[in-house]
Design a protein around this ligand. Structure first.
Ligand code: ZN
Length: 247
C-alpha cells in the first residue's frame, strides 16, 4: 500500500473562540471536524492555526504537507506576507491547496488568482443546491447528481476569479443566485481547488457529501510525479545550448 496522503488543515480558529453560536457547532474548531472527515478516509492529518508561531506553517510543516486545506474569514489580514509567500512557493512546486468558503478572500488565494476574488453574499439561512456539472471528474467520485445543503450563507456571481481550468460544481440558491462553487486551477506544478460550502454558523462540515468532496479534492490535489518542474524558487533557465543546430 502506498503512503497515506499528508494533509494539513489550516484554520484561522477565531470564530470558534469568540462566538457562542459557533462554539456550539464546532467546540474544538472546524479544523478538527474537517480533519476527522479525512482521517476516516485514510489520510494522514495534521492541523495548524493562525495564533501558533508562524501560523503553524513552518517550512518543515509545509515540506511534509502534500495538501493544505485553508479556512479563514475574520483575520485574513493578520496572516503574515512572509508565510503567504512560503505557501505560494510550495504550491508552485507541487503542494495541493484546497481553499474553503470565506477563504476566497484569503491572501494566499488572491495571490494565486491575481484578481479581487470578491463576490455577492447574503446571510439568510436559505438552501443551496450544488449541481455536479463534471460527473467524470475525480472530485465528483461517489456523489449524487446534486448536494442539497439545508441552510447556508449565499455566495452569488459574479465571482471575480480567473476562469477556472476545470469547473466541477455550480450552485443554485433559493434566493435566485448562482455560483461557481467547485473550481480547479493549476499553478506551476500545484493543483488548487476552491470549494464554497462552510459558513461557521451552520454545521456544514458534518454533512457526509461535503466531507466526501473535501476528501476527493485532497486526493485530486495531492502531488503526482508528473514531468520535471524546472522553475522551483522562481528561477529562469538560460538555454545556451539549443537541442538542434541553429545555423
Ligand atoms: Zn461565511
Amino acid at each position: 500500500m502506498s503512503n497515506p496522503i499528508r494533509v494539513t488543515i489550516w484554520n484561522e480558529f477565531r470564530h470558534e473562540k469568540s462566538h457562542e453560536e459557533v462554539k456550539k457547532i464546532y467546540p474544538d474548531g472546524m479544523h478538527v471536524v474537517i480533519g476527522n472527515a479525512l482521517k476516516e478516509r485514510g489520510f494522514d492529518v495534521g492541523t495548524a492555526t493562525l495564533d501558533e508561531p508562524e501560523h503553524g506553517l513552518t517550512q518543515a510543516v509545509l515540506d511534509a504537507t502534500d495538501v493544505l486545506v485553508w479556512w479563514g474569514h475574520m483575520a485574513h489580514r493578520e496572516v503574515q506576507d512572509e508565510i503567504v509567500e512560503r505557501v505560494q512557493e510550495r504550491v508552485l512546486a507541487g503542494m495541493g491547496l484546497i481553499v474553503l468558503h470565506s477563504g476566497h478572500h484569503s491572501k494566499i488565494f488572491k495571490k494565486l488568482m491575481g484578481t479581487s476574488c470578491s463576490l455577492r453574499w447574503r446571510e439568510a439561512g436559505e438552501n443551496e443546491r450544488i449541481w455536479v456539472i463534471q460527473p467524470g471528474h475525480p472530485i465528483a467520485e461517489g456523489l449524487p447528481e446534486y448536494i442539497d445543503i439545508p441552510q447556508v450563507e449565499m455566495y452569488g456571481e459574479h465571482f471575480d476569479i480567473p476562469t477556472p481550468d476545470e469547473l466541477v460544481f455550480v450552485s443554485w440558491f433559493k434566493g435566485g443566485e448562482v455560483f461557481r462553487s467547485g473550481c480547479c486551477f493549476f499553478r506551476g506544478k500545484g493543483k488548487i481547488f476552491y470549494f464554497r460550502p462552510g459558513h461557521e454558523t451552520h454545521p456544514i462540515y458534518y454533512q457526509a457529501e461535503v466531507r466526501q468532496v473535501i476528501a476527493n479534492a485532497a486526493r485530486w490535489a495531492a502531488p503526482t510525479p508528473g514531468a520535471p518542474f524546472a522553475y522551483a524558487g522562481g528561477r529562469a533557465i538560460n538555454v545556451k545550448e539549443p537541442l538542434e543546430k541553429l545555423g
